[in-house]
Design a protein around this ligand. Sequence first.
Ligand code: RIB
Ligand code: CA
Length: 313
Amino acid sequence: MAQRPVIVDCDPGQDDAVALLMALASPESLKVLGITCVAGNVPLELTQRNARRICELAGQPDLPVFAGCPRPMLLPLTTAEAVHGKTGLDGSGLPEPTMALQDRHAVDFIIDTCLSAGDGEITICTLGPMTNLAVAFVKAPQIAGKIKEIVFMGGAALGPGNRTPAAEFNIATDPHAAQVVMEAGPPLVMFGLDVTHRVITTPARLDAITRIGSPVSEAVTGMLTFYDRNDPDRYGERGGPLHDPCVIAWLLQPDLFRGKQVHLSVETGSPLTMGQTVADWWGVTGKGPNATIMDRADSDGFYSLVVDRLSRL
Ligand code: RIB
Ligand code: CA
């Protein structure tokens, strides 16, 4: 498989951390050009710090990490320390990073990288609020032609939200950024709650990660133990969903997932449903598809891939 050049935009976050580790463990498939950080789960100064801690855990301190937007485009920043802890990476046991943060702004890195690439060459993965990518499209709309696809964790097409009754956290945090991205042109591949709630880190799956017996698996076990969103009534079994790694798993093994091409848009007017992702699942609007929305996953195959990639580091 040829290396796919990717930029990973994230708000680490324990699940972001697992996604980053999987990406960094897959050089035969992915060329991670850089990691761009955004405010989301925790403020920007913590997400960029955590991204650097994860790069060092993966043994890749030379990977460029960039800080981006410290707040959503219009809404005030709302964070999720209750889920991820005060540091955003509680449970990891990781030390302070020693690798430097890049001076360039994340938005400028996204723009510069896309403008120097060939048409349709770059894959953008977003694992948090889409603020950085949206601002890049506003500043340099011509980057759209350089982007192969935007593969993102966010939204909920067929069910309720997790931040509000209508909206998933990443989209609810910056719905205006999501609208800019959805209207920018590149094809979208959406990993929303419809599919991420089908990949649950059960005790047996967490044990399989722990049995790797490495510093990486020790840190991941600590993170996922802290991040335990255990709610059998909600998820149908013990454990919680592993959202962000679905994005990387699809890039590595697309047959683990199944979805449908539909028109996708986002609510940015109603206070009640702000950030709701609206999928025209039955084509009633007549609008052409702009997104593939994933709704099925091979969860055993997914966790086998997670263990395989973490075992490489
Ligand atoms: O709703 C789940 C998403 O919100 C994940 O990306 C998680 O890291 C948080 O950012
Ligand atoms: Ca995230």
